[in-house]
Design a protein around this ligand. Structure first.
Ligand SMILES: [Zn+2]
Length: 162
């Protein structure tokens, strides 16, 4: 995805320009919706992503992760698949990386890898950035950053359960 972006717009840097990827590269529309009862949703037939406005105000990191998750559904499950079902994907507020639905897991993995590219994350870690500081650099939530460090075997323990 980042290579595709680089081919069109030049090499991206951290924080990864997820809004530009969604809108300019993929041609999706992104709307903030007040009182959305979930974090976000993808309406594939309309090429539309809706994000919860109050959650976006609370946390830019969560907004970016939710957008990247919905972008993941688009890229992995819809784009260039004319026969794909136009089902709406809804991301609920209580989502965790351990979701049982394989498509949800794929979209979460896609989002983590897109927003926190492995090479940049390894560099941040070797520069001595702890989870909080790295999260600020990548503009993701500290929990998402902690999971990424854990999944790259940079830290021994996963984030404590909320
Ligand atoms: Zn989803």
């Amino acid at each position: 995805m980042l290579d595709e972006y680089a081919a069109c717009f030049g090499e991206p840097s951290v924080p990864v320009p997820i809004d530009e990827i969604a809108v300019d590269l993929l041609g999706l529309r992104v709307h903030l919706v007040e009182d959305l009862p979930f974090s976000g949703a993808l309406y594939p037939a309309e090429r539309l992503v809706c994000l919860c406005a109050s959650e976006a105000r609370e946390s830019e990191g969560r907004r970016r992760f939710t957008l990247a998750h919905e972008v993941g559904h688009w890229v992995l499950h819809h784009r260039r698949r004319p026969g794909a079902a136009g089902d709406v994907h809804v991301l609920h507020r209580d989502h965790t990386p351990g979701s049982r639905d394989p498509k949800e897991r794929e979209a979460n993995t896609f989002a983590a890898e897109l927003l926190m590219p492995e090479g940049d994350v390894r560099r941040a870690f070797s520069d001595g950035l702890d989870v909080e500081v790295a999260a600020a650099r990548f503009v993701v939530s500290p929990v998402a950053m902690h999971w990424r460090y854990f999944n790259l075997a940079l830290v021994e323990d996963p984030p404590p359960q909320a």
